[in-house]
Design a protein around this ligand. Structure first.
Ligand SMILES: NC(=O)c1ccc[n+]([C@@H]2O[C@H](COP(=O)([O-])OP(=O)(O)OC[C@H]3O[C@@H](n4cnc5c(N)ncnc54)[C@H](O)[C@@H]3O)[C@@H](O)[C@H]2O)c1
Length: 260
């Protein structure tokens, strides 16, 4: 029960890694406010959390009353501040912020249009920044932490995903720069960098016509895809007191994809 009496805000909780993280934190005792732009995704998450009952590994009963879904768009500064403020008003404090909402896409450089670029930067970069900006004063009061969702794509260059790579590299430097700015406070800020994970994000990838498969093969790794729960475990570790000396770090969870 690492999150007993803790209040966590998880963006992107309507699918994939955000959903698995919300479920994991509820199962370990947190009150979780799960936000997403998709209300149907949040309904599904709420259903999973309330119906999963006894977790045989942990022996903990998931608590439907501990998940609070909120439809919100991380691209908007105003919406992010409203979400954080309403969380603190309704639940008393904020201990953990997990910035997990994200979008991706495969495009050749020449095919990236204005709306694609703005969408990827808006969700992946602005979303992380606005949520963190809004949360920091509350996390300073509670001695809380932020876990951002980066990617192996923010650590090595990948063909056909230049905007996504740029956005995830920005997540890594937001993490490190905010870690420096908050270094004299009790707040901890870290990131997880997964390799490929079986989620809707990957299932919806459309490769550009006639891709260079030799290039694409470099980013697949040797050990197959992770499950969302594998990444949620790493997020939960960084968000827990067990990681109390970890600040400004990027934890790769990519089965060696970026090792060499
Ligand atoms: N799946 C992978 O292989 C992989 C690898 C590395 C990093 N990641 C990162 O993990 C995070 C979660 O991705 P996932 O694979 O679970 O994808 P997913 O598509 O399953 O979930 C992403 C969620 O973000 C939500 N979202 C999109 N735009 C939003 C907005 N404007 N405001 C609020 N919510 C919004 C979506 O509705 C969705 O529920 C992303 O940041 C992604 O870049 C994923």
């Amino acid at each position: 029960m690492r999150f007993s009496k803790k209040v966590a805000l998880v963006t992107g909780a309507g699918s994939g890694i955000g959903r698995a993280t919300a479920a994991r934190m509820v199962s370990e005792g947190a009150v979780v406010v799960g936000s997403d732009i998709s209300s149907s995704g949040l309904d599904e998450t709420a259903g999973i959390i309330s119906s999963s009952g006894l977790d045989e590994t942990t022996g903990i009963i998931n608590d439907a009353a501990a998940f609070y879904p909120v439809v919100s768009d991380v691209r908007s500064r105003e919406a992010c501040h409203e979400l954080v403020d309403s969380t603190v008003t309704e639940h008393g404090h904020l201990d953990v912020l997990c910035n997990i909402a994200g979008v991706a896409g495969c495009h050749r450089v020449g095919d990236v249009d204005q709306s694609t670029w703005d969408q990827i930067m808006g969700v992946n970069v602005s979303g992380v920044f606005w949520m963190s900006q809004a949360a920091l004063p509350h996390l300073e009061s509670s001695g809380g932490c932020i876990v951002n969702m980066a990617s192996n794509a923010g650590q090595i260059g990948q063909a056909y995903t230049v905007p996504y790579c740029a956005s995830k590299a920005a997540v890594i430097l937001i993490t490190k720069a905010m870690a420096m700015e908050t270094i004299r406070t009790p707040v901890r800020i870290n990131a997880v960098a997964p390799g490929g994970v079986e989620t809707n994000l990957v299932a919806s990838f459309e490769f550009p016509a006639d891709p260079d498969m030799e290039l694409m093969g470099r980013y697949m790794g040797f050990r197959g895809m992770a499950q969302a729960g594998d990444i949620a475990s790493a997020v939960a570790y960084l968000a827990s007191d067990e990681a109390h000396r970890i600040h400004g770090a990027v934890l790769s969870v990519d089965a060696g994809l970026t090792a060499g």
